[in-house]
Ligand binder design. Structure first.
Ligand code: ATP
Ligand code: MG
Ligand code: MG
Ligand code: MG
Length: 463
């Protein structure tokens, strides 16, 4: 057959006597001239293809006139230049085959708009809407760009484990993994040892692939991981999920400034690709979701990111007249409201904050000469807050060991990680970008639940 996507069919280059389109009806209406206009979408692009179906078709009254939103169809016909404004082509149907009906009485995805909150109840049907189709294509583009960027820069794509014993972040946000049928064991009268339940050993879902990534970076030079990450975040915010996707590059012979440059180049590449390759989708976000998004991203790509130390940021915050809910004090982590103030009001764009107090950062970050701060960097953006967290890693064996002691970690549990410093240690650095936060920033979507197909939040794993 001469099947082509709606995306292709909407270009003048598709003009041809014979083509086949497969998709779903978005709208249908009768025209005075004795034919039907049907708008078809197949997910390949934001726009629809207009189909003109003449009354002479044998199933015109029985089927074509009964088509409603969501019906699936295969349509054969001629792609012609369209006389209508706003679309270069249209399809003049010679055959319309209905594959699946969608009863308008019960199908919820009608023309009437639902709130995003309501649409979360139909996570399986919402990709059929304009907004969620656009989000899915931008999310795809960012995922592809991630691979392209790192491959272009000599980073090997490495896979780190999802089941792991180590708590990389030390934030106590790990989901425990079990291989035991606890209910069955309880029925048998126990004993049920919840602590050692991954085949009699403790194990969790990964909160970060970084430690394993470091093992590969200190052999391969440059690597990145990109996969699902789990955190038992028992809070309901618009930027935290229990399951999200994280990209984690790690590079040997990198210091903090190399790392900052990598993060900036990386983000710029992602946003450039969104603008260049998802033009129609981005136009939609710009017009309907966050006014001025395209102009904002264009400025982000053109200008160097602002930099500031944590200490300077605390000064800016404490000397501002803004009323914050949480007080700011050197040595405490910044809250979302503080990050928003810094990016939105103080800088007006992305901001890289560096040199955080060692007491609020994990054990693996490199201690600076002042003994009080670590070579950490967070990239903050307006509207979202932190999208990247990274650091130069502690490569000195003695310093690492004392940091682990301070953090109360058992050295034996991390013996393999310590080996990386025992044998051929090198300065190295890396960061983690939350994919969903990048998609939120690129699209302007306010809630992280609306940029991942099936969001996992406390108590929600239904779909
Ligand atoms: P936050 O301060 O927002 O809780 P974090 O500092 O705990 O983030 P990191 O451990 O630095 O997060 O992880 C690296 C990146 O992963 C973050 O910058 C963010 O983009 C993303 N991220 C972290 N936690 C989540 C989450 N629960 N849901 C979605 N993305 C997340
Ligand atoms: Mg967190
Ligand atoms: Mg943080
Ligand atoms: Mg962080």
């Amino acid at each position: 057959s001469n099947w082509i996507s709606v995306d292709k069919a909407r270009q003048t280059s598709a003009i041809a006597p014979d083509a086949e389109i497969r998709g779903w009806v978005r709208t249908r209406r009768d025209s005075k001239g004795g034919f039907s206009f049907i708008e078809i979408n197949d997910g390949s692009c934001f726009g629809n293809l207009q189909v003109v179906a003449p009354a002479e078709l044998p199933n015109y009254a029985d089927e074509i006139q009964k088509l409603s939103v969501g019906c699936s169809v295969v349509i054969v016909g001629e792609i012609k230049e369209s006389p209508a404004a706003g679309q270069p082509t249209e399809l003049h149907a010679t055959n319309v085959r209905v594959l699946g009906w969608a009863d308008p009485e019960t199908y919820p995805m009608q023309k009437k708009r639902h709130t995003f909150e309501k649409l979360r109840e139909w996570a399986h049907l919402r990709p059929r809407t304009n907004t969620f189709g656009a989000v899915a294509r931008v999310r795809n583009q960012i995922s592809q760009s991630i691979h392209h960027f790192f491959n272009d820069n000599g980073f090997f794509y490495t896979h780190t484990p999802i089941i792991t014993a180590s708590d990389c972040e030390g934030a106590g946000e790990m989901f425990r993994v079990t291989s035991l049928d606890l209910e069955m064991l309880a029925k048998k009268g126990g004993p049920v040892n919840y602590k050692y339940d991954f085949f009699e050993k403790p194990a969790h879902l990964t909160v970060s692939g970084q430690l394993n990534g470091e093992a590969y970076a200190t052999a391969m030079g440059r690597i990145y991981t990109f996969g699902p990450t789990f955190r038992a975040e028992n809070s309901n915010t618009s930027r935290h999920l229990a399951e999200f996707w994280m990209v984690e590059p790690e590079a040997a012979f990198f210091d903090l400034s190399d790392n900052m440059k990598l993060a900036e180049d990386f983000l710029k590449r992602i946003f450039t690709d969104c603008l260049n390759k998802c033009g129609e989708d981005m136009k939609f976000f710009d017009e309907r979701i966050e006014k001025g998004k395209i102009e904002q991203l264009t400025a982000v790509i053109e200008k160097p990111f602002a930099h500031m130390t944590y200490t300077d940021a605390v000064d800016v915050l404490t000397s501002s007249s803004e009323k914050f809910e949480y007080p700011v004090q050197w040595g405490t982590d910044l809250q979302a409201e503080h990050e928003r103030f810094l990016t939105e009001k103080h800088v007006g764009g992305p901001l890289i904050l560096t040199d955080y107090p060692s007491t609020i950062k994990p054990f693996y970050m490199r201690v600076s000469d002042d003994g009080k701060t670590v070579a950490a960097m967070d990239v903050l953006v307006p509207g979202v807050g932190e999208i990247i967290g990274g650091s130069q890693r502690e490569e000195r064996l003695d310093v690492l060991l004392s940091r682990m002691d301070e953090a109360g970690l058992n050295q034996a549990d991390y013996d393999w990680y310590i080996d990386l410093r025992r044998f051929g240690t090198v300065p190295h650095a890396g960061f983690g970008l939350g994919l969903e936060r990048a998609v939120q920033y690129a699209t302007g979507m306010a809630n992280i639940r609306d940029v991942i197909p099936f969001p996992r939040t406390p108590g929600n794993a239904d779909f």
